[in-house]
Design a protein around this ligand. Structure first.
Ligand code: OFO
Length: 171
């Protein structure tokens, strides 16, 4: 595969594993504050991000490229409130969406149809990722400092489970 794309994909897989690490940090922040439902929601997100990173690894390997794992930055460890944490999650997803769009631009410029097709899954996924985080931010803004409302949201988020991969998907 083209060296520029190989390098950009390697950088991006690091960003996906960083996402996983960031959400694991948030999961532990929630667990510490006895918000087990939010912790569960984040733990599912941790797995999703790991799967995203693995998809990039599989693609690079399938194209005969070389995967190079680099150091993953330390994530933030504390937040002012659950709302603050989910706002960070939303902003982080917007950042990841920008990165994906830049990869698509690169694939198009390079005429790499396989890379472009591979990335389209992520383009759609990012719409869902942003929407999911934004919906939780919206709910938390509604309840503000109401503990009962917060506990209800926590309970609802605790029902999240990892969706089974579609048949034939490389997950
Ligand atoms: Fe991998 O989608 Fe979130 O970061």
């Amino acid at each position: 595969m083209d060296k520029k794309i190989e390098k950009a994909f390697n950088e991006h897989l690091n960003a996906e594993f960083y996402s996983s690490y960031l959400y694991l940090s948030m999961a532990n922040y929630f667990a510490y504050h006895n918000l087990e439902g939010m912790a569960q929601w984040m733990r599912v997100q941790v797995e999703e991000e790991r799967i995203h990173g693995m998809k990039f690894i599989d693609f690079i390997n399938d194209r005969g490229g070389r995967v190079v794992l680099e150091q993953i930055d330390q994530p933030k460890t504390d937040w002012a409130s659950p709302l603050d944490a989910f706002r960070d999650a939303y902003e982080h997803e917007c950042h990841i969406s920008k990165r994906i769009n830049q990869l698509v631009d690169l694939a198009i410029k390079d005429n790499d149809h396989a890379a472009n097709t591979f990335l389209q899954w992520f383009v759609s996924e990012q719409v869902e990722e942003e929407a999911a985080a934004q919906a939780i931010v919206g709910k938390l803004e509604l309840v503000k400092d109401n503990s009962m409302g917060l506990l209800m949201i926590d309970q609802q988020l605790g029902t999240r489970t990892l969706a089974a991969p579609a048949a034939g998907a490389a997950e």
